[in-house]
Design a protein around this ligand. Structure first.
Ligand code: CA
Ligand code: CA
Length: 319
């Protein structure tokens, strides 16, 4: 089919499934909380988070138990106690609709081809695959992906100008504090491989079916979360802070420069501006990935200019 990549062809097969799940979205998928804040009718819904103290990073032995491969262990260590000031954070990842409004209002165009993996297993920039069409079906309520770090900050800057409030990307410390929502383990819920699919959208059996060339790699979960690709934000239950999809769905950019460990990391809520500032930490794991990446402590990094169809963001706002 002209104009449709092999990747896109596989995605189209999933449109009916995605649609049927959308129609059956549970009540908590709708924004009903009265304690959240919207600075304009189409602005992201923000959840106030009280400050506090928490232990950031992976506990000794956690990565081994969770099957993290040896070559990526130790990034979330050493653990340390961190003091967090109050902030607000997006209840959801920034959506396609929200990002579309920003693009329309500013006339800014992002046409760079997005990195994605085709069903042939090749990861490349496919022509025509952009945030508007990441190569699989999305609704306006799905998280925007294929957006690089500069573009995510551009959206935050526009929103700040529009509202008079200060929107920005979260620091890693703020992100992890919000993702943990008071929990201390691998995830804020039981990490049973059989039931993980009730909690997050990750690389599950639905994805394995879409990417048959990867079926034998044993990298996917053993359950079916119902989504081969991204899911509408809020399709999975919130954590104790009322936040959805902190783990799974889209990976999320943070403000922090990449550093391979927590040696010398800040002990407060501020971002880290030492290390490799050509790359930024990304958090939460995503729809394409092995379950061990979707853990509260796991850290990865991407170049600031990288746009990938697994990677989106959510914003925080100063009080
Ligand atoms: Ca999935
Ligand atoms: Ca996420």
């Amino acid at each position: 089919m002209a104009g449709v990549t092999p990747f896109g062809e596989a995605m189209l097969r999933w449109a009916p499934l995605v649609l049927s799940i959308l129609i059956a979205s549970p009540a908590w998928a709708q924004p009903t909380s009265t304690s959240t804040v919207r600075d304009c009718p189409t602005c992201p819904e923000m959840v106030p988070v009280r400050g506090g103290t928490f232990v950031m990073g992976a506990a000794p032995g956690e990565e081994e138990r969770d099957g993290v491969p040896p070559h990526v262990r130790g990034r979330s260590q050493p653990q340390r106690q961190v003091v967090i000031a109050p902030f607000l954070i997006g209840r959801f990842e920034v959506t396609v609709d929200e990002f579309t409004e920003y693009q329309r209002a500013t006339g800014h165009r992002i046409d760079a081809a997005c990195w994605s993996e085709g069903i042939d297993g090749k990861r490349r920039q496919y022509p025509g695959i952009t945030w508007r069409n990441p190569g699989f079906p999305q609704t306006g309520r799905d998280p925007v992906v294929c957006v690089n770090w500069f573009e995510a900050r551009g959206y935050a800057g526009w929103l700040s100008q529009r509202t008079g409030k200060r929107y920005r990307l979260p620091s890693e410390a703020e992100w992890e504090y919000a993702a943990r929502a008071g929990s201390a383990g691998s995830r804020p819920f039981a990490s049973d491989p059989q039931t993980l699919c009730r909690h997050i959208n990750f690389g599950d059996l639905a994805l394995a079916d879409a990417y048959k060339h990867r079926r034998d790699t044993a990298r996917y979960g053993v359950c079916n979360d119902g989504y081969a690709f991204t899911s509408p934000v809020g399709a999975f239950p919130p954590n104790a802070f009322g936040l959805h999809d902190m783990l799974g769905n889209a990976w999320e950019w943070t403000e922090d420069c990449w550093h391979p460990t927590y040696d010398g990391a800040p002990i407060d809520h501020k971002p880290r501006y030492t290390g490799d500032c050509e790359k930024r930490s990304v958090r939460g794991g995503g729809w394409f990935n092995d379950p061990w990446r979707s853990r509260s402590a796991f850290r990865f990094r991407d170049s600031n200019g990288h746009n990938g169809n697994m990677l989106g963001f959510r914003l925080v706002r100063d009080p």
